[in-house]
Design a protein around this ligand. Structure first.
Ligand code: A2P
Length: 320
């Protein structure tokens, strides 16, 4: 399996299994199918509310000898309600306990947005912390402590724009090693990709297929479809593969890790098999200049009327 490499030489398999939106009753089997198919990278998060089931599947896979812990790359993410310095390591320990692991390969700050302790999704003004209350560098200090204590091998962030990465790069003792963001042909993130490359920050693409299984309430009525896009379909036909496989291969060709979510055995296998596809320059140019710009996960669920955060706190420009 092709990998991307951290500065200390550790490798992260470039295709991982996404688990956002996989329900507790579904994710156990999905993780086992994925490991059987050859996945060695699983992407998790505390807020996905399924880490216990993922942990049960990992325990079963280790017990049955399908894979050894050191052969598997496991990522998880710190939720917004645990951003205070003293809350980071305890939140990580809860995730480790749910996953039934004694270390993570990668731990990320999930969003650059802070809630008070115990709040799942803040709505009212008093449920939020501001950057004044909990500066991002304070949360980063907690992440550094997690790494220094050997609880995680690598630390990084998710949904961070250039300005926020610069803030951490300027004040942190350890530089972020990963930035996981939404990325696909409708949102190539060229500026952010260049910035991360220049600063030795690896990247992971989430929602590579457009996350069509999101709750209806979070979808706009006129959303474009990645899987049905004519250019994607044309490249897929040329290679005799599916649109989903082209979208996964697009990230692989940019040296960016990619975490398609599936709970279906055939699609889990199919998504990993995208590693075999050789896109040429013409294919990549078509995909990189697709002519549609769209962000599916726009962050507006964090920027309601009572929130101290604005969309401008998250993204540089709407579709940059
Ligand atoms: P399912 O879990 O039933 O396979 P994303 O990774 O962008 O969040 O997208 C996840 C969505 O894409 C889910 O609805 C998932 O459905 C679907 N999906 C995953 N793999 C494929 C595939 N190979 N072809 C079509 N749809 C897929």
């Amino acid at each position: 399996m092709k990998s991307i490499t951290f500065s200390n030489g550790d490798q992260m398999p470039i295709i991982g299994l996404g688990t956002w939106k996989s329900k507790p009753g579904e994710v156990y089997q999905a993780v086992l199918w994925a490991i059987e198919a050859g996945y060695r990278h699983i992407d998790c998060a505390a807020i996905y509310d399924n880490e216990k089931e993922v942990g049960n599947a990992l325990t079963k896979a280790f017990k049955d000898g399908l894979v050894k812990r050191e052969e598997l790359f496991v990522t998880s993410k710190l939720w917004n309600s645990n951003h205070r310095l003293d809350d980071v390591v305890p939140a990580l320990k809860k995730t480790l306990s749910d996953l039934k692991l004694d270390y993570l390969d990668l731990y990320l700050i999930h969003w650059p947005v802070s809630f008070k302790k115990g709040i799942g999704f803040a709505q009212t003004r008093e449920e939020f912390f501001t950057y004044g209350d909990v500066p991002l560098v304070q949360t980063w200090e907690g992440m550094e402590e997690a790494k220094n204590r050997g609880l995680v091998k690598h630390i990084g962030v998710s949904n961070f724009n250039i300005a926020k990465l610069q803030e951490i790069l300027k004040s942190g003792r350890i530089a972020p090693e990963m930035n996981q963001v939404e990325m696909h042909p409708f949102l190539p993130q060229n500026k952010l990709v260049n910035f991360c490359k220049t600063n030795s920050i690896l990247m992971t693409a989430y929602s590579p297929l457009g996350s069509g299984d999101r709750a209806a309430a979070s979808k706009k009525s006129n959303e474009p479809s990645l899987l049905e896009n004519e250019t994607v379909k044309e490249v897929a036909t040329k290679h005799g593969v599916s649109s989903a496989q082209i979208l996964i291969s697009y990230s692989v060709h940019r040296n960016i890790a990619v975490i398609p979510k599936s709970i279906n055995q055939d699609r889990i296998s199919q998504n990993l098999a995208a590693i075999e596809i050789n896109l040429d320059d013409e294919d990549m140019n078509k995909l990189l200049n697709i002519g549609t710009a769209y962000r599916f996960i726009d962050g507006s669920f964090f920027t309601g009327a009572q929130s101290p955060y604005k969309l401008a706190d998250l993204w540089e420009t709407e579709n940059s």
